[in-house]
Design a protein around this ligand. Structure first.
Ligand code: GLV
Ligand code: MN
Ligand code: MN
Length: 427
């Protein structure tokens, strides 16, 4: 068989039944009563999910598992030539606090289903393949997101990241160390086959599968998105200061109310955002978190702050918007840029491969931009990278109701299987 035929055979062996069962099982760790998932990074729920995923493959012939210094885990299917750099796929296991079952989990499970399909079809590849589960993509427990994949690509960031605190005062470094210890204990007691996974190691190519998290594929009645770029994103936190005093006794003239300043600024930001988003449909501006201190019903706030999430495919637009946002928040006592990522174009040849995969497999598809950021964003600075999307029902994600029909998840996984096999086998 030539490589294209091998790739088609692997894609044909992808099983929606197996894929669905793995997703169901994974969703039990952090399951919410409303059907969603709350699995914060490196918590006991996340560690259980990681142990289960790694344990499925860690003692099978031809497989090895590893954890790196950012607690990213890797499941590796050996190739015929161990000297060649692996083909990498995967995504993240952490979720939003009121998250769904697919955001991140689908990309990890899709990669594992490609392994199952290769095994079933008896295909040996020249290059190894690896499925990664990147640490803290969401940025909910430790801010900002993409910590594991950023650290993999630029390990010098690890020192700074280790001191980031969660709401309980636990450092990211301490959480990473416990996860590494947990993994090492499981490996020892279960006889897992391990390998060394230094950060920044050579990767031949990276393909991340993910749900779209927006409405475009469903609107177009298509099964697969061939993603050619991720739009730029900037996160800000605007802090406003005042003086705490008694709500019942302090007259207007004596008040220095942080809430008044923050609400006025947030109102101005949202007003401008509504007008600008109407004028430019590619623009996204969101005020997602609003906090006051001491957050007491009968105390005037001494501090109030809110976050802004700004996104656009053009970095010049982001720069111009930033100037306007800072002007509207001129009363802030402190403004912080929490995240600043320019738009990332994906590798043109890999993008073409995703389209070829869909065409050969007869999967209805289109090229598209990613509105959300993903672990593929930092990876693209390290190795040729691309993404595949499956549609999201009602365009909904970061919501317990997040859903994609299993046929569409299977179609996207077939495209992933085709691409990975092509990349891991000689021509
Ligand atoms: C990732 O979840 C994002 O906010 O784009
Ligand atoms: Mn995600
Ligand atoms: Mn997400």
């Amino acid at each position: 068989m030539n490589t294209a035929e091998l790739a088609e055979t692997c894609a044909g062996a992808v099983s929606g039944g197996r894929l669905g069962r793995m997703l169901d099982e994974l969703a039990q760790w952090g399951a919410r009563e409303d059907g969603g998932v709350d699995r914060q990074t490196l918590t006991t729920q996340d560690l259980s999910a990681r142990r289960w995923i790694a344990g499925l493959y860690a003692t099978r012939a031809g497989y090895k598992v590893a954890i790196d210094a950012a607690a990213n885990i890797f499941i590796r299917r050996e190739g015929n030539d161990p000297a060649l750099a692996p083909v990498l796929t995967g995504s993240h296991l952490d979720t939003q606090p009121a998250g769904g079952r697919l955001d991140g989990a689908f990309g990890v499970v899709a990669g594992l289903e490609v392994f199952n399909a290769l095994d079933e079809a008896g295909i040996r590849t020249q290059r190894a393949m690896e499925v990664a589960a990147w640490t803290n993509e969401e940025g909910c427990r430790f801010s900002p997101g993409l910590m594991g994949s950023n650290a993999f690509v630029d390990p010098t960031q690890m020192d700074g990241l280790r001191s980031v605190l969660d709401a309980q005062g636990i450092t990211f470094g301490a959480a990473v160390d416990s996860a590494c210890q947990d993994f090492a204990e499981s490996a020892r007691s279960n006889g897992w086959h391990g390998f060394d996974a230094p950060m920044k190691r050579a990767i031949h190519a990276c393909i991340e599968a993910h749900i779209e998290q927006g409405p475009e594929l469903e609107r177009a009645a298509l099964q697969v998105g061939c993603v050619n770029a991720i739009q730029g994103v900037r996160w800000y936190e605007m802090t406003f200061s005042g003086r705490s005093s008694h709500a019942g006794t302090t007259p207007l003239a004596a008040r220095d109310d942080a809430m008044v300043k923050a609400v006025a600024a947030a109102h101005a930001v949202l007003g401008m955002a509504a007008l600008e988003m109407q004028a430019d449909p590619s623009l996204r501006i969101t005020v997602g978190r609003f906090q006051a201190l001491p957050a007491s019903i009968n105390t005037i706030a001494r501090e109030a702050r809110f976050t802004i999430d700004l996104r656009h495919p053009d970095d010049k637009v982001l720069e111009a918007m930033q100037v306007r946002l800072l002007q509207l928040c001129a009363q802030a006592s402190h403004t912080a840029v929490l995240l600043c990522k320019p738009p990332v174009p994906f590798d043109a040849a890999l993008h073409q491969l995703t389209q070829e995969a869909c065409t050969r497999l007869g999967l209805p598809h289109m090229s598209m931009l990613s509105g959300a950021f993903h672990d593929a964003m930092p990876l693209a600075a390290h190795t040729p990278t691309v993404m595949l999307f499956a549609p999201s029902r009602d365009g909904l994600s970061h919501n317990p109701a997040e859903h994609t029909p299993i046929e569409d998840l299977t179609a996207c996984t077939r495209a992933l299987a085709f691409c990975m096999t092509r990349l891991a086998c000689p021509n």
